[in-house]
Write a protein that binds this ligand. Structure first.
Ligand SMILES: Nc1ncnc2c1ncn2[C@@H]1O[C@H](COP(=O)(O)OP(=O)(O)OP(=O)(O)O)[C@@H](O)[C@H]1O
Length: 475
């Protein structure tokens, strides 16, 4: 209870009747001022709602109950006509706003109780009167275009955003929302986002292809807030982790789709290794400068050839005094695409496994500056790839089997920030959690679904050059 609350109850507990009456008057006047202030704030924030209300009040004062009825009928007719004529603008300006006003009022009315019950309280270590615990305060409520509401909370001294994150689930249930996640604000405050509807529930169609290749931001899907999900491939390695059926291939194919124009222009080459016998990647064979899906030894050779290329690029860079490779025709950026990384070594003999380990280790530790990006998909981020996992700076967590795996992919604390990849539904393949670049913030995204026909179209966009065919024959 706050100090103010304690003072109030101290007065009511008092035996002095005069003091109680005085307190009641003061509280009454305060209540009236607060109500007026709230009405003023509402009128400023929602003028569209305040005007009709003012009209009704004015009609009541000037014309009495008949005037009120007349204004109400006119308003109803106006709203009905608006709804029929322009349903989308009606829902944006009227239904959405009034629904938000109701939710806003509910958050504000219930917040103190919810904060108390979820123990969002900083306790004062000292004992005695006036040393009451202080609650996390609700400062502001904002609707988002993504079907969620954001609550700005003020943290009392002693609490951190992690304390709110720890209670996010309980708060989500209390407000009957689907999920809750926190987003950092300035020190002492935190945003709590309550999801009311899942904007990523429906599959996403393949995104339009752009002529401009930006390896720092390849469009591969949508984020929960309606923005485009961009993947970075330049200067990093990418790990995509997800249980079977999580939709890893949709991330890979969306990425390939975004790369296709660059491949055609000779700015990018994809060297693909498919340890699952070509089941996944073979339909896109035409997109790949190198493709291997046969024996572990043959796949190992692809990686070793890439190490040779890396070494020669590193030498060129050193000689020219450059720090990192710049992609261009004749020296493309290379994507080493490895579907199901763990399977790569699972059936190889020891000598080949060692060679794969060495080649992959060299590519992951030295490839970035040489314009080589390793993109790998794994089903289990814990097993078999432990030694390599931390060498992937960029990671995508799709549906995973348990919370431990979430921490392995996105790091400690990510799940508490809302990245509940172990709770992604099997009914929404392609949904994932990623970190917002350079921050602790987590984003929920969904990859676009590139179906077999769209993959065939991509492959058709690339005519396999004679040179590539020759290269294949030599191999
Ligand atoms: N982004 C998506 N949107 C809608 N449906 C998808 C999406 N991605 C995948 N699917 C559906 O889910 C199924 C399984 O997806 P996918 O094969 O990509 O999973 P995976 O993670 O690659 O699994 P595995 O590791 O077993 O190969 C696909 O056949 C497809 O029907």
């Amino acid at each position: 209870m706050s100090t103010r609350g304690q003072a109030r109850s101290a007065l009511f507990d008092s035996d002095d009747l005069l003091a109680v009456a005085l307190e009641a008057v003061v509280l009454g006047v305060l209540g009236v001022f607060r109500a007026l202030w709230a009405a003023l704030v509402m009128a400023v924030r929602f003028p569209a709602a305040a005007v009709p209300l003012l009209l009704v009040v004015a009609a009541g004062v000037l014309l009495g109950s008949k005037g009120v009825a007349l204004v109400l009928v006119m308003l109803a007719a106006l709203l009905g006509a608006w709804r029929l004529k322009a349903p989308s603008s009606f829902s944006r300006h009227v239904s959405d706003r009034s629904a938000f006003m109701v939710r806003n009022a509910i958050y504000r009315l219930r917040w103190t109780g919810v904060a108390r019950r979820t123990d969002l309280v900083a306790h004062d270590g000292r004992l005695g009167r006036g040393r009451d615990p202080e609650l996390v305060a609700l400062l502001r409520v904002r609707p988002t275009t993504a079907g969620s509401d954001r609550l700005l909370l003020r943290l009392p001294t002693g609490l951190t955003p992690d304390d709110v994150a720890g209670k996010a689930d309980a708060i989500a249930h209390a407000f009957r929302s689907e999920a809750a996640r926190i987003h950092p604000d300035r020190p002492g405050r935190v945003w709590l986002e309550l999801r009311r509807a899942d904007q990523l529930a429906a599959p996403i169609l393949p995104l339009p292809q752009s002529d401009k290749l930006d390896l720092a931001a390849l469009p591969v899907g949508h984020a929960e807030d309606g923005s485009t999900w961009h993947l970075r491939l330049a200067g990093t390695h990418l790990l995509i982790a997800g249980a079977t059926g999580a939709g890893k291939s949709s991330v890979l194919w969306s990425m390939l789709r975004a790369l296709t124009r660059g491949i055609r222009q000779g700015l990018v080459e994809v060297w693909a290794v498919d340890p699952k016998g070509g089941m996944e990647l073979r339909p896109g064979r035409a997109l790949f400068a190198r493709f291997e899906d046969s024996t572990p030894e043959d796949m190992c050779v692809v990686l070793e050839d890439l190490v040779v290329l890396k070494d020669s690029r590193a030498k060129q860079l050193a000689e020219s005094g450059q720090r990192s490779h710049v992609a261009g025709a004749g020296s493309p950026h290379i994507i080493a695409l490895l579907d199901e990384l763990a399977t790569l070594t699972a059936f190889a003999d020891r000598a080949v496994t060692r060679r794969i380990d060495t080649a992959l280790g060299l590519l992951l530790t030295q490839g970035r500056a040489c314009g080589i990006t390793v993109v790998a998909a794994v089903q289990d981020p814990g097993k078999d790839i432990v030694g390599w996992r931390d060498l992937f700076p960029t990671r995508v967590a799709m549906r995973l089997d348990n919370p431990l795996q979430v921490a392995m992919v996105l790091g400690d604390g990510a799940r508490e920030m809302g990245a509940k990849a172990d709770e992604i539904s099997e009914l929404t393949p392609g949904v994932a959690f990623v970190r917002v670049e350079g921050t602790r913030q987590i984003k929920r995204v969904r990859a676009a679904y590139v179906n077999d026909n769209a993959i065939a179209e991509l492959a058709a966009q690339i005519s396999v050059s004679d040179e590539q065919n020759q290269r294949e024959e030599v191999q």
